[in-house]
Design a protein around this ligand. Structure first.
Ligand SMILES: [Zn+2]
Length: 122
């Protein structure tokens, strides 16, 4: 208790530390993995290779919300078994990270054109 998000972030760090940078083939290190943003059920992390400095990208990682805030959304008649079942879900999967990475990659190329034009109202 009390370190739920920290635990998820730690899991993400551990996950990436098992991966190798595709540019220099060194494993990623914890200090290259940065928590950018934290929302209920979602962590946004940026991963950079601290050996060669090459950025891997940004990943949105879904987590299983187990915080006090999430409890209020749980139906009151949930049994302990229901909660155990959800708590047992893995916080992240390989596919989650890859999907987020690919999503961000495609977003990166053309996201600007979705932005409304701002500025001069002439
Ligand atoms: Zn590298």
């Amino acid at each position: 208790m009390g370190n739920l998000h920290g635990g998820s972030f730690q899991a993400i760090q551990e996950y990436f530390q098992q991966k190798e940078c595709r540019f220099c083939s060194h494993p990623f290190k914890a200090d290259g993995i940065q928590l950018l943003r934290e929302e209920p059920g979602v962590l946004v992390v940026r991963v950079t290779c601290s050996t060669c400095g090459h950025p891997l990208g940004v990943a949105i990682v879904g987590t299983t919300p187990k915080t006090a805030k999430a409890q209020s959304t749980h139906p009151r008649d949930w049994t302990k078994r229901d909660r155990d079942r959800l708590v047992g879900l893995p916080p992240i999967t390989y596919d989650d990270v890859l999907n987020a990475h690919q999503f961000f990659k495609s977003l990166d190329t053309d996201w600007r054109k979705h932005l409304p034009r701002v500025g001069k109202a002439s």
